[in-house]
Design a protein around this ligand. Structure first.
Ligand code: AMP
Length: 527
């Protein structure tokens, strides 16, 4: 038996009714706040997430579903290579010679082994490092060969200075070849980067302030557990635009937070807790990072491997650490609040003032840094006690520099993503409770399928929910089917009824049965 892949699941009826209930309610709320829907593709260029979410985040470093799109690109590379280097045979990892099907006999026949790999659209230091480790692998396996690592890239790409220097250091040659590079693609692990990419691509700044929302699946290769899946669903929104359209105003932060409070309350999830922090501007954070690095220097050895790495590369991420032994050390570290500049502090206070005015309760949490690099200033999470270990129901914050990081114009923004799976888990409603059962079961007598279908069609046009039976069923079976479907009434369609243009309608709960003229049926059933 083929089963759904670990970390993914089928959502079946009646549970899907709860999902529809949630989605209908949030669409109503979004409408009231004048948000409009955006749908972006489920996969994007890997680079979007690397640059948008941050290389050093758990999501990008460990959790993405990424693949190389374009075997043909590799063949193109080989062809281009042969044209400029007749007689030489390139190894390319994706043609399988080196990595997938390492063939010592084949390699032994060669005097000089050239490893050439596709640098994708642009040579990067990451590609250099990958190539250099392939070369190392070959040197270990065929020590008597000269290994010549070459990083190929298509002729239109330019080479950043840092890459040239790094290539020299690693002893890698860079070579321009005319071919179509393969592309690294990734299933979206979150949707903000995609929305901001769309903002830039379609020049949405022309529209002033954009208030966009999305509902859809996201993908992360995390360890599956209750409330944590590898395909999960997010409901999110983004407010983004030029500063002149008011995108930077604390009024927008407060409006988004108030909307979320309203949304949760409307869904009957009233025991939420809003945790709020400011992670400052990049300038504030630079100072904070310096202080963190200094504070971590003497203690990092005692911390987990991830934290040791983070302490050097991106110390802020230390606050994401969940290892219990590291927590006492993390408790002693400096906090971002001590490093907020005047502007960040004022902005943060303004957000809190508005929240207090509109009566949205919150608590401050100066450890809250969120798992994505792009956040600036306001950062927040809503938690819900009933969820257990995975208690964050939604998270978000400001990302004023994200558009620029992705090559767009300055476009301050704020957004959030609600975990829809967890939202559904937090509901007090049951699927049975929100499911709309059939109002009526139409039971045709022998030979009456056509008449029954005509009647069902009329009723459905009046928004009656109809389950249509089959004239092959005996009356007893029709009654059983009607009860199983949870129908309120059963309506019998026989020859006499059609002639009289009046039908016997039986209430399945009370047993009461009346004859109702055709024209009055819909009103009677709904009444
Ligand atoms: P993030 O994009 O990491 O800020 O997550 C926002 C929200 O999405 C979280 O608060 C969770 O409710 C939800 N979420 C994140 N990852 C998962 C997952 N693997 N499974 C289910 N929900 C998730």
């Amino acid at each position: 038996m083929i089963k759904a892949v670990r970390g993914t699941r089928d959502l079946l009826p009646p549970e899907t009714a709860l999902w529809n209930f949630v989605e209908a309610a949030v669409r109503d709320v979004f409408r009231a706040y004048n948000f409009q829907e955006i749908r972006t593709p489920i996969f994007e260029a890997t680079e979007l997430f690397a640059r948008g979410v941050g290389e050093e985040t758990d999501i990008v470093a460990k959790e993405m579903y990424t693949w190389e799109d374009g075997e043909r690109a590799t063949l193109g590379l080989v062809r281009a290579w042969r044209q400029t280097n007749p007689g030489a045979i390139p190894y390319t990892p994706s043609t399988g010679l080196v990595i997938h099907r390492y063939d010592p006999d084949f390699v032994a026949k060669l005097k000089e082994a050239t490893v050439v790999i596709d640098a994708k659209s642009r040579p990067t230091t990451a590609a250099l490092e990958q190539l250099s480790s392939y070369a190392q692998f070959l040197r270990e396996h065929i020590p008597d060969h000269l290994i010549r690592p070459i990083l190929a890239f298509p002729d239109r790409a330019n080479v950043p200075n840092a890459v040239q220097t790094e290539a020299q250091r690693l002893g890698v040659e860079l070579e321009r070849l005319d071919y179509e590079p393969s592309k690294s693609l990734t299933l979206r692990p979150e949707n903000t980067a995609g929305v901001v990419r769309a903002y830039i691509e379609h020049k949405l700044w022309d529209r002033g302030l954009n208030k966009l929302y999305y509902i859809g699946p996201q993908f992360r290769r995390e360890r599956p557990q209750k409330g944590r899946y590898r395909q999960f669903y997010q409901i999110g929104a983004e407010v983004i635009g030029p500063a002149s359209a008011g995108s930077e105003s604390p009024a927008r932060d407060a409006e988004v937070l108030e909307m979320l409070a309203t949304l949760l309350d409307r869904l009957g999830i009233t025991d939420w807790n809003l945790e709020l922090n400011s992670v400052g501007t990049p300038a504030d954070r630079a100072q904070f990072n310096d202080a963190l690095r200094k504070a971590l220097e003497p203690v990092k050895e005692k911390m987990c491997d991830d934290c040791q790495r983070r302490a050097v590369t991106n110390p802020l991420r230390v606050f994401d650490c969940k290892v219990p032994e590291d927590q006492p050390i993390i408790e002693t570290l400096p906090r971002i609040t001590q490093f907020l500049g005047e502007e960040s502090r004022k902005h943060f206070e303004a957000v809190q003032d508005i929240l207090t005015k509109v009566g949205v309760r919150f608590s401050l949490n100066d450890r809250l840094v969120r798992g994505l690099d792009y956040y600036t200033r306001t950062a927040f999470e809503f938690t819900h006690g009933a969820l257990g270990a995975q208690n964050a129901i939604l998270g978000g914050g400001r990302y004023d520099g994200l558009s620029e990081a992705l090559g767009g114009p300055a476009a301050p923004g704020i957004g959030f993503a609600i975990g829809e799976d967890r939202l559904v888990m937090s509901l007090k409603e049951t699927a049975e409770g929100v499911l709309r059962k059939p109002d009526v079961y139409v039971a045709p007598m022998a030979g009456m399928n056509g008449e029954a279908a005509r009647l069902a069609r009329e009723l459905r046009q009046h928004d009656v929910v109809v389950e249509l039976g089959d004239d092959g069923f005996r009356l007893k079976k029709s009654f059983e089917a009607a009860t199983k479907a949870g129908a309120k009434y059963i309506l019998i369609v026989g020859e006499n009824e059609v002639k009289a243009d009046a039908f016997s309608l039986k209430n399945l709960a009370t047993g009461e049965q009346v004859s109702v003229p055709r024209a009055e049926l819909a009103r009677r059933i709904q009444g």
